[in-house]
Structures are given as structure tokens and as C-alpha cells.
Design a protein around this ligand. Structure first.
Ligand code: ADP
Length: 358
């Protein structure tokens, strides 16, 4: 390492140590909260803040502060600060709630059925006996009010401006669509989207949950990355259709999660084929593409969902298929996929840190 980089590292260390660790009152460095500090050519800095599980929530704003302060150090051009913790702890009206696993559902573009998959997957987790929440973060076009049939219901605000999530189909749910009129344009810019997301995670009484699914806005750009860096993720699932174009997008999705260091729980191929009433399958968009891409990228393939009129109808009616027709083959697929995803959460949880936030 050249002298300049050594000096830069020292300056960053000093700046981090000037920030007090909320638990011990010592400097962040002295308190042993910082690991993996790296300074690279061109002033690129990255480090990890190791948050104790029982006070993880307190470290979320601290991460932002640390990142901002390090960015202000002379010679620093970019900063990635990752927050890690074993367990996420989120605000809740009756104290602090515990959310065991936060799982993001992502897609590289709109219209591949990401929200349909997220909602049915959430219902599938609930059907397996897990306390499940669904957070619709699609700031461009929130779909939870329609897909869950929550329509014009509004979440109540309790003490300390904490919102109570709407319960629907056995899920606790929150959506930007519950807070803002659907008719108002929602082409939100990065900072606004981020603060709305923050609010929906930190200021909602989620209580104790086994799984919280995040329905991300479509795409793999800065908006998504910024959202993900604010949340402690157990992992991510990527929804794709089988076309080659879509598959190039999957690769971009994988690259995005690499940056957040969240493990990929797997790829789901939606609209995989159409089955005629006679049982004949037509692979409208080609066959097996998502499975191949997953294999090439070395990430798990979680399963296929066919093009299914009943699934679309149930979505439009606000009664997710997994709840309204649990015996339907497509509903069973969602339950199998949920089980596969859970097995991967368990398999991928490393002893320390199990969940990373950033
Ligand atoms: P995204 O969230 O990716 O934009 P949506 O979940 O809103 O996509 O789905 C787009 C449209 O496709 C919706 O009308 C939805 O009902 C329909 N759809 C999604 N998946 C399927 C499927 N497997 N079979 C039939 N229709 C589907």
C-alpha cells in the first residue's frame, strides 16, 4: 500500500473513532465496532459496522452518520459502510419488535410478476405457520392495495407516530399506496424514496415477525441499491421471465445484490409456460432460461410459476391465489418455492454475521 493510502486509512480511522458507540460510549474503532476497513486507489473506502443484535436498530442511523463523516474526509471519493447484525430489531408500538428474516423480492424490470410473486410468497410463508409481513416498497407503482384487496383502508397512527400495519389474508402489510393517494404521481426521486422507505421500516409496529418480505421497486439502479442499504437483509429472491432479455436483467440483479452482500436465496421463473386444459405445455417465452442463468451464476433456482389465468384473476380480485385457492397447482408451487427459500435462508445464515445491513 502506498503512503497516501496509509495516511488516508489513518484519517478515516480517526474520524470513525471520533463517533461515539451508543452502547459503550467509546469511539467506534476503540469499541471494536469497525471491521474490514479498506482504502483503495482513488479514495474508495469500505468498512463494516458490527452491531450487537440486541441494539441493532440504534446502529442504523449511526451507519449513515459514519458514512457521511468518512465521506467528508479529505481524499475520500466514495464510501460503502455495511452494517451487520445477527437479528433485526424494528420499532413497534408496544416496544421493540423482532423480525427474524427480511427477504427482498426483486426484478430487473416491471411487468414480470414480481408483486404477484411477492404477495403469494408472503401468503405461502403464512400458510406454513410463519408470522409474516409484506412491505410494498414499490414507490413507482404500489400494488399491495389492489393485490391484497386493502383498497381505501388506511393504517392508523399510534403513539410516537408509529403506524399500525394493515392486516390482510393473515399478513401484516404496509405499502406506500396506503399512505399516498394512488392517483398522485409517484415518480419519486432517490432521497424521497429512501426516506419513505425508512419510515415504513422504522416507524411501523411490525411486532414479532418470522419473515418480512420486501416488494422492491422494479430495476437494479441506485434507488433499489439505496433502499437495500438501509435494511438488514437475510437474502433476496429474483423474479424473472424466461426470455433472453430478461435473463440479462437477472445478471444485473445478481450484480446489485453482490454490492449489498445479501445472499441470493434463489431465482424464480414466472410465466414459465402455459398449460392448456388438455395438459399440453407451451413455453411461450422459451424454456428453462432462468434455471440456466441461475446455474451459470451459481445461485439456487427456486422454481417455476406457469402463466395462469386464475392467478391473474385472483390478483385483480384482491384475494391472493395461495389463500383463495390453496389447492390450485400454482398455489402449491408458491408453497414449494417458499419452503425452498426458507431452506436456503437456514443454509446460508453464517454464524457471524447472519444478517447484513448496510
Ligand atoms: P410487476 O410487479 O413485476 O410489475 P405484476 O405482479 O404487477 O408485475 O404483474 C403484472 C401483470 O401480470 C399483472 O396483471 C399480474 O396479474 C399478471 N401476472 C403475473 N404473473 C402471472 C402469471 N404467472 N400468470 C398470469 N398472469 C400473471
Amino acid at each position: 500500500m502506498n503512503n497516501q493510502l496509509v495516511e488516508l486509512k489513518q484519517a478515516v480511522k480517526a474520524r470513525l473513532d471520533a463517533i461515539n458507540d451508543p452502547l459503550t460510549g467509546k469511539g467506534l474503532f476503540t469499541a471494536g465496532r469497525i471491521s474490514g476497513l479498506e482504502t483503495r486507489e482513488g479514495g474508495k473506502v469500505s468498512f463494516t459496522i458490527e452491531a450487537p443484535a440486541e441494539a441493532a436498530a440504534a446502529y442504523v442511523p449511526l451507519r449513515d452518520q459514519a458514512e457521511a463523516e468518512v465521506r467528508a474526509v479529505r481524499g475520500v471519493t466514495s464510501v460503502i459502510a455495511v452494517l451487520t447484525a445477527h437479528e433485526a430489531k424494528l420499532a413497534s408500538a408496544g416496544g421493540v419488535g423482532r423480525v427474524k428474516h427480511i427477504i427482498a423480492v426483486a426484478s430487473a424490470k416491471g411487468g414480470v410478476g414480481k408483486s404477484t410473486v411477492a404477495v403469494n410468497l408472503a401468503c405461502a410463508f403464512a400458510s406454513l405457520g410463519l408470522k409474516t409481513g409484506l412491505l410494498d416498497l414499490d414507490v413507482y407503482g404500489p400494488s399491495a392495495p389492489t393485490l391484497l384487496g386493502t383498497g381505501a383502508r388506511k393504517p392508523e397512527m399510534g403513539e410516537g407516530k408509529i403506524l399500525t400495519p394493515l392486516e390482510a389474508h393473515g399478513l401484516k402489510t404496509m405499502s406506500i399506496g396506503y399512505l399516498v393517494e394512488a392517483s398522485s404521481a409517484m415518480i419519486w426521486r432517490g432521497a424521497m424514496a429512501t426516506s419513505a422507505v425508512r419510515q415504513m421500516i422504522d416507524e411501523v409496529a411490525w411486532g414479532d415477525l418470522d419473515v418480512l418480505l420486501l416488494d422492491l421497486p422494479p430495476g437494479t439502479g441506485d434507488v433499489q441499491l439505496t433502499l437495500l442499504q438501509r435494511v438488514p437483509l437475510a437474502g433476496a429472491v429474483i423474479v424473472s421471465t424466461p426470455q433472453e432479455m430478461a435473463l440479462a436483467d437477472v445478471r444485473r440483479g445478481l450484480a446489485m445484490f453482490e454490492k449489498t452482500r445479501a445472499p441470493i436465496l434463489g431465482v424464480i421463473e414466472n410465466m414459465a409456460y402455459f398449460e392448456t386444459p388438455g395438459g399440453e405445455r407451451t413455453h411461450i417465452f422459451g424454456e428453462g432460461g432462468a434455471r440456466r442463468t441461475a446455474a451459470q451464476a451459481g445461485v439456487p433456482f427456486l422454481g417455476e410459476i406457469p402463466i395462469e389465468v386464475k392467478l391473474r384473476e385472483a390478483s385483480d380480485a384482491g384475494t391472493p391465489l395461495v389463500v383463495s385457492a390453496p389447492k390450485h397447482p400454482a398455489a402449491k408451487r408458491f408453497v414449494e418455492i417458499a419452503q425452498a427459500a426458507l431452506a436456503n435462508v437456514a443454509g446460508m445464515a453464517k454464524p457471524a454475521p447472519a444478517i447484513r445491513f448496510s
